[in-house]
Ligand binder design. Structure first.
Ligand code: DGL
Length: 275
């Protein structure tokens, strides 16, 4: 690849701000890459919408980032990854990486042959995408997927500890405890913000040896691999810049973003875009 393409940013999008948990993992793994993050805050949540609607939203987000000249697209939303990845790969002329494949692979490794629990949005669960991705990796591993839509507003509200998230998490996890899963994948980008509560519930009911997998780290390491393979890594040794685009309420962004990103948003202002 030419130096111009290698220096171009990586595009990342999610239905809202949850994908910033993925941005965080990518920045740790690839500190020299420039990133453009698009959060579709005007249309979040995607996880309770029909596959047809999610496809339409995914198309506009992907096309917007492609027009901004990104060298590769990361679909940081599990729901979009579950239903729209093949369409985006056909329509866009850049590599497209989703979060379900890396999450499933990390889950299979963590489950060590036992059943694998997946906590995700209703859309992701209905798509069967995790079951397919796990079967492709190891057909012996059985998947138990549970929809947990109320965890999304709790994460956005910052209700990430105490009785309310504990009760909600415990209720959603119940069927997975009954299925005696050997590991749990957080199949939604919002859930890592609640990982302490989820881990505690899992440890209480299943014991301390059942790992909780955040697919963001698995995605970041597969992304590093892909950049190397395609000769797309940025040759710069300076710190990469993060640019943030949202489709609604840019002024609310900073406080919520801190929760998901685990850091200040540096100098980069948040830009509102109309899709
Ligand atoms: N970001 C979405 C996902 O990872 C969850 C939030 C939503 O429902 O839009 O599936």
């Amino acid at each position: 690849m030419g130096p111009e393409t290698r220096a171009a940013p990586i595009g990342i999008f999610d239905s809202g701000l949850g994908g910033l948990t993925v941005v965080r993992a990518i920045r740790q793994a690839l500190p020299h890459e420039d990133l453009v993050y698009l959060g579709d805050t005007a249309r979040v949540p995607y996880g309770t919408r029909s596959a047809h609607t999610v496809l339409r939203y995914a198309q506009t987000c992907g096309e917007h980032l492609r027009q901004r000249g990104v060298k590769l697209l990361v679909v940081a939303c599990n729901t979009v990854s579950a239903v729209a990845l093949p369409m985006l790969r056909v329509e866009l002329d850049i590599p497209v990486l989703g979060v379900v494949g890396p999450g499933a692979r990390a889950g299979v490794a963590a489950a060590k042959g036992k059943r694998l629990g997946v906590l995700a949005t209703p859309g992701t669960v209905a798509s069967g995408a995790y079951s397919r991705a796990v079967a492709a990796e190891d057909p012996r591993v059985e998947v138990f997927a549970q929809a947990a839509p109320l965890l999304v507003p709790l994460a956005e509200e910052g209700w990430v500890s105490g009785q309310v998230p504990e009760l909600v998490a415990a209720r959603y996890l119940e069927p997975l405890f009954d299925a005696k899963v050997g590991a749990l994948v957080l199949g939604c980008t919002h859930y890592p913000v609640l990982i302490d509560v989820i881990r505690e519930q899992v440890a209480r009911r299943c014991g301390p040896d059942v790992p909780v997998v955040d697919s963001a780290h698995a995605l970041a390491s597969e992304l590093s691999e892909l950049l190397r393979e395609r000769e797309l890594s940025n040759a710069s040794t300076g710190p990469g810049r993060l640019r943030v685009l949202v489709t609604d309420r840019p002024s609310d962004f900073s406080a919520v973003a801190r929760r998901f990103l685990g850091a200040e948003l540096e100098e980069s202002p948040v830009e509102a875009v109309d899709l």
